[in-house]
Each structure stands twice: as structure tokens, then as C-alpha cells.
Design a protein around this ligand. Structure first.
Ligand SMILES: *Cc1c(COP(=O)(O)O)cnc(C)c1O
Length: 361
């Protein structure tokens, strides 16, 4: 086997234990005498898988009873549009807090369905910081306030849930869900594409306060309606069954580890290792995000001499450290260190970075 440490931003590394279990169960899922991929989503075997996954997620995040958990399709991008379709009437406006590229995209995809008002845009900082507070700039009459708790491309993360008063808060948690405990009751709705911290692509997790689901505009197609999906337990049509199953294995893996407090400590340890390596490199490497807004999940960094970028990527890959090329919007490198990345993987990366700097500094 030559599985390497994979720093891909998404689809991203999955826990090895989960992949092994999926392999063991690939031909026959427990007593089903067929693979998970080959059985009806309405049969008792898959219904059990689906219900257990939801329960494990509810336990991990302590989801209150008045929130519905949905397992949907479309990617987070589709939900940029689905959120306004479902949460406001055509004459309402909604506020957006933009701290990076995904927040910008959320605004543009929402525009056909609502008047998005950009309440805060951190572009002047080149998306290297989050606002200290938003309470005073949020419109109390807005249908909701949308923000991106972790900007995957810019490596900028809110380390506290922003106070928006009584306006329902919507969070695109695609790249930080389950990386730490979360007070779900602070939110109107949370959504997250699966392929960073949950499972394979093709699945979106939605956690929605049930009273908000009554707000869908009249002409919303059923398949795009959160209320209709909730009424049919996310089985209005065929859900992405394999991704749902694999998400369930990831939730179980997190529970077996000790839950979100434990994974949070591990994520802090990994992020500290990597940022220390960058900050102590004497300027060889640099991360320009404000210290208090540095992401624990995605760590972009540049080399002082960008002429070495190609060599860095070539040698890191040869050393078993994959997918470190940064997003083109930021340049340089990016190490994504989601839940599934072990501390050993970050230690291997920092050892490589120190050695590379020693040879080329
Ligand atoms: C990856 C990502 C998206 C886009 O997800 P798709 O599933 O490709 O639509 C949206 N928001 C954030 C924060 C992301 O990290």
C-alpha cells in the first residue's frame, strides 16, 4: 500500500478506518446479501443505516429536537440558491457577511431569489480577517444573515459564532462542520457539502430549525423545498445512498474517538504545529491571515521565493505529501488538515517544510 498523507481541499481525505470498514462491507452490507449501493433506499436495511447516521450526528452536535436534519444532494453551491428559495419571500432582503470567495459566490447564486445585501465585505483586507462584530451592521428586518464560518480558499475562520440579534443565522459549514463543538441553537439553518469533513461528494447535510421551513416561496419545486424533503425524511426521491452510508461511518468514527471535544483538541494541535512551522521559518514561508482568524482546517501559505513553488510541490509529492498546491485565487500552497488528517501527517509536512527551507533558505 502506498497511501500518502493527502492535503486536498476537497474532495478530501477520509479516515482510513472508515475506508477499511467500507471495503469490508463493500460486497455485502451486514445481512443485506448485497452492497449498500445496490439496495432500495426504502428497504429496512437502508432505513436503518439512514436513521443511525442521523442519530449519531444528532448526538455529536447535540442537535435540539426542534431542528430537522436533512441528507440532500446538489453540493453546497446549489444550497446557495436553495437557502433564499426556502427562507424568504420575494419581497424580502437577506444580509450576507462576506469573508472570502465562497461567501461571494453565495451572494451571486442567491441574487435570482432574494435581494442580497452585503452587510460586511472583508475584501479590503484581501480576505485575511473576519469582522470583530456584526451586530450593528445587520438589518434587523432581514429574512436571514448568511456567513461562511470557514473560508476554504482564503483560510479564514470565525472562532466564535457572530451575534446577529434575533435575525436567523445561516452558516455554510462545508469546510468546518464537526471540527469542534457547535451550539446549533444559535442558528436558523446550517448546511455543509460532505466532501471536506463528512464523506464523499454528492451529499449535503442541512440542519434547519423547523419553524423556518414554512417560509418557502409558493412556486418552489418540491425537490428543492426543505419542507417537502423534511416531510419525506430526505427521501422525496432517491438520496445519495452510498454517501449517506459513508457519512454514517464517519459519524461513528468520531463518536468512537470521543466526540467533538476530542477532535477539536486534535485539530488545535495540528493547526498549531503548522502555523508555528510557518511563523518560525524566518520569512521563508508566510501566512498572511490575522492570527485570530486563522483557519484550523485550511492553511494557505506562500514561499518567499515563488520561483521555488514548482520544486516544493514536486518534492513534497515525492515525500508522500499530496495536493499542497494553493488555490489560484491566493497562489502558493494550501494544506487542508480536516478531521481525517492525523497529527502524524502534519508532523510529516512540517518536517518536510523545515528540511526544504534549510536546503533552499
Ligand atoms: C467546497 C465549498 C463549497 C462548494 O461545495 P460544492 O459541493 O462544490 O458545491 C461551498 N462552500 C464552502 C465553504 C466550501 O468549502
Amino acid at each position: 500500500m502506498s497511501r500518502a498523507f493527502n492535503f486536498s481541499a476537497g474532495p478530501a481525505a477520509l479516515p482510513e478506518r472508515v475506508l477499511q470498514q467500507a471495503r469490508e462491507e463493500c460486497l455485502e452490507w451486514q445481512g443485506a446479501r448485497a452492497s449498500v449501493m445496490e439496495i432500495s433506499h426504502r428497504g429496512k436495511d437502508f432505513m436503518r443505516i439512514a436513521a443511525q447516521a442521523e442519530q449519531d450526528l444528532r448526538d455529536l452536535l447535540k442537535v435540539p429536537d426542534n431542528y430537522r436534519v436533512l441528507f440532500l444532494q446538489g453540493g453546497a453551491t446549489q444550497h446557495f440558491a436553495q437557502v433564499p428559495m426556502n427562507l424568504c419571500t420575494p419581497d424580502q432582503s437577506a444580509d450576507y457577511i462576506v469573508t472570502g470567495a465562497w461567501g461571494q459566490k453565495a451572494v451571486s447564486e442567491a441574487a435570482p431569489y432574494v435581494s442580497p445585501r452585503v452587510a460586511v465585505d472583508m475584501q479590503a483586507s484581501n480576505y485575511t480577517d473576519v469582522p470583530a462584530s456584526v451586530r450593528d451592521v445587520v438589518d434587523p428586518a432581514a429574512a436571514y444573515v448568511h456567513y461562511t464560518p470557514n473560508e476554504t480558499i482564503h483560510g479564514v475562520e470565525f472562532h466564535a459564532v457572530p451575534d446577529v440579534g434575533d435575525v436567523p443565522l445561516i452558516g455554510d459549514f462545508s469546510s468546518t462542520i464537526l471540527s469542534r463543538p457547535l451550539d446549533v441553537s444559535r442558528f436558523g439553518l446550517i448546511y455543509a457539502g460532505a466532501q471536506k469533513n463528512i464523506g464523499p461528494s454528492g451529499l449535503v447535510l442541512v440542519i434547519a430549525r423547523d419553524d423556518l421551513l414554512q417560509n418557502a416561496r409558493a412556486r418552489t419545486a418540491k425537490v428543492l423545498s426543505y419542507a417537502a424533503q423534511a416531510a419525506s425524511d430526505s427521501m422525496l426521491n432517491t438520496p445519495p445512498t452510498f454517501a449517506w452510508y459513508l457519512a454514517g461511518l464517519v459519524f461513528k468514527w468520531l463518536r468512537d474517538l470521543g466526540g467533538l471535544d476530542v477532535i477539536e483538541q486534535r485539530n488545535i494541535e495540528k493547526a498549531e504545529l503548522l502555523y508555528a512551522c510557518i511563523d518560525e521559518s524566518g520569512g521563508f514561508y508566510r501566512n498572511s491571515v490575522a492570527i485570530g482568524a486563522r483557519s484550523r482546517m485550511n492553511v494557505p501559505f506562500t514561499l518567499n521565493d515563488s520561483g521555488l513553488d514548482g520544486l516544493f510541490l514536486q518534492e513534497s509529492e515525492a515525500a508522500g505529501l499530496l495536493a499542497l498546491k494553493g488555490h489560484k485565487a491566493v497562489g502558493g500552497m494550501r494544506a487542508s488538515i480536516y478531521n481525517a488528517m492525523p497529527v502524524d501527517g502534519v508532523a510529516a509536512l512540517t518536517a518536510f517544510m523545515r528540511e526544504f527551507a534549510r536546503r533552499h533558505g
